[in-house]
Design a protein around this ligand. Structure first.
Ligand SMILES: [Zn+2]
Length: 136
C-alpha cells in the first residue's frame, strides 16, 4: 500500500500541464510578438526635439561609430549589430549619457540633457516584465 500507485497518473498529469503551459506560452508569445514586435530593433536619435537619424541595428555589418552634436556638445556613439548602443564619449558637463552605459532593448533610452540629444531603441521585443509567463 505504501508503494506509489499514483506515480504514473501524476506523471501524466504533469506532462499534460506542461504541454498546456507550453502551448499557452507559445500562443502568448505569438500574440504578444505580433502586437509589439514592430520590426527590427532601431536606434532613433533625436537632437533638439527633431529626429536626426534612425539606425537599424540588425543591418549593421559591424560596430558603427556616429557623432551627434547639439547644444554645443558632441556625443560619440557606438552601435553594435543586433542591439547595444552606448555613448562612448561626450563633452557635456554632466556625463549622464556616458554613465547610462549600454542600452540593448526597445524602450530603453540614453538622454543627454545639455546636448538635448535622446537615443531611444524601438522595435524588436519590448522590454517589459513579461506578465505572460506567470505560471505557478
Ligand atoms: Zn551628456
Amino acid at each position: 500500500m505504501k508503494s506509489s500507485p499514483k506515480l504514473r497518473p501524476c506523471l501524466w498529469d504533469a506532462l499534460v500541464v506542461l504541454l498546456v503551459a507550453a502551448l499557452a506560452a507559445a500562443c502568448a508569445l505569438a500574440v504578444w510578438g505580433g502586437h509589439s514586435g514592430s520590426g527590427p530593433l532601431t536606434a532613433v536619435v533625436t537632437v533638439d526635439g527633431a529626429e536626426a537619424e534612425r539606425v537599424e541595428l540588425d543591418r549593421l555589418k559591424g560596430t558603427a561609430e556616429r557623432t551627434y552634436s547639439g547644444g554645443g556638445y558632441t556625443l560619440r556613439v557606438s552601435m553594435e549589430p543586433h542591439g547595444g548602443v552606448r555613448v562612448e564619449e561626450a563633452d557635456c558637463p554632466t556625463q549622464d549619457c556616458v554613465h547610462t552605459g549600454t542600452i540593448t532593448r526597445a524602450g530603453q533610452s540614453i538622454v543627454c540633457l545639455p546636448a538635448r540629444i535622446i537615443i531611444r531603441l524601438e522595435g524588436g521585443p519590448v522590454d517589459k516584465d513579461a506578465p505572460d509567463v506567470v505560471i505557478g
